[in-house]
Design a protein around this ligand. Structure first.
Ligand SMILES: Nc1ncnc2c1ncn2[C@@H]1O[C@H](COP(=O)(O)OP(=O)(O)O)[C@@H](O)[C@H]1O
Ligand SMILES: [Mg+2]
Length: 353
């Protein structure tokens, strides 16, 4: 798709020697000074530097407190997270990261083994696509990333039925005397002012929604048609786009749950950031610290996969089952809840009798 924004990029490019400008920036000159000298808005310069992946710190001429993107920080993430993850399982339901700049950030929950990879991508400001079965922790992990980077978190389920306005902002009768005024969306807010935004169930999104998403991720700006006074939003250096797609199975076996397969133009925007997730035994052991129950449910899941029964036995279910068992439920009551709505042959394949 060729967007208006793309065309604008091309038409302006002729008058500026970007290679020379980028070289001066890399050599240490200030973005704001270079922008002024060329008579360009800083956002425009920023978006070129962003795409060439040479931005220092938070970017723009407005470094954001708590922004984790300097080269030094990036290098140290691996080591820090190794140490965190190396502490192994247990009932520690909190992750703490001590950043080299002296700041400490904390996120609730256990570290999923894919957290390190995803944080590296997020720090490098890449779009991240989480691909995995329902209830394996995709949403939870996206929020952890936001907390650990000290950025706001927002999300929207983009599965069929949501309107473009829910992503780009709407005109609502909220002005004086019921006049229609533009009301910003969470997505545009994160896009313009920074934050981690999760597009959930992206594999089930309508094509018109995918066009909005693809345009936003194509370059440094997105059309905001309903906002007459500023019909474009500029991508903030601390906007991190994450998306989640549900699958049955993983690896070569995986099938998207959504009705629409992701098309190549979308996948390309997430190529480097595709991360396959699965249920993690250590996270589950922490959330369901009852070996017998844990083993039984994980065995059910393995049998379901082996027999290609397309049913979900999620980390969420294991946690809920543990909590209900603590509240006095028997194994039969838990199984009854799990198998509710299943076909009889599916239940027998999974139970093994
Ligand atoms: N890393 C984790 N640490 C603690 N709890 C987790 C973790 N991952 C998932 N959970 C629990 O499992 C539930 C389901 O995870 P969720 O992120 O909603 O799955 P998904 O988005 O993949 O469907 C969460 O509400 C949370 O209670
Ligand atoms: Mg989710």
């Amino acid at each position: 798709m060729t967007s208006v924004a793309n065309a604008a990029d091309v038409s302006q490019a002729g008058s500026v020697d970007w290679d020379a400008l980028v070289a001066r920036y890399v050599a240490g000159e200030k973005l704001s000074v270079l922008a002024r000298e060329h008579g360009l808005p800083w956002q425009r310069v920023w978006s070129v530097l962003f795409r060439r992946n040479v931005l220092r710190t938070g970017g723009g001429n407005q470094p954001i407190a708590g922004s984790k993107s300097s080269h030094r920080l990036r290098q140290q993430i691996r080591r820090i997270l190794r140490k965190e993850l190396g502490r192994g399982p247990g009932l520690r339901h909190e992750i703490q990261v001590n950043w080299p700049d002296g700041e400490t950030t904390v996120a609730a929950g256990k570290p999923h083994p894919k957290l390190e990879r995803i944080l590296q991508l997020a720090v490098a400001r890449k779009n991240v696509l989480l691909i995995g079965p329902a209830g394996c922790g995709k949403t939870f992990l996206a929020e952890q990333v936001a907390r650990l980077l000290g950025l706001p978190f927002g999300m929207a389920s983009v599965s069929g039925g949501i309107s473009e306005g829910q992503l780009t902002g709407r005109l609502l009768p909220v002005g004086d005397k019921g006049r229609f005024a533009y009301v910003i969306s969470e997505f545009v807010k994160a896009y313009e002012t920074g934050g981690v935004f999760l597009l959930d169930e992206i594999d089930a999104a309508d094509p018109n929604i995918m066009l909005v998403i693809n345009a936003a991720l194509a370059n440094g700006k997105m059309p905001v048609a309903n906002r007459a006074e500023r019909p474009y939003a500029l991508r903030h250096p601390d906007f991190i786009c994450m998306a989640a797609a549900n699958t049955f199975g993983t690896g070569a076996d995986r099938q998207y749950v959504g009705r629409n397969q992701l098309d190549e133009s979308t996948l390309d925007r997430f190529r480097i950031g595709q991360v396959e997730m699965d249920y993690d035994p250590e996270v589950e052991a922490a959330l369901c610290p009852d070996d017998e129950l844990l083993h039984r449910l994980q065995t059910y899941r393995q049998r379901a996969r082996d027999a290609r029964v397309r049913r979900v036995i999620s980390t969420r279910f294991l946690k809920d089952a543990y909590e209900m068992k603590q509240a006095g439920w028997t194994d039969e009551m838990i199984d009854e809840a799990l198998f509710c709505g299943w076909q009889r042959d599916e239940v027998s394949k999974v139970r093994g009798y």
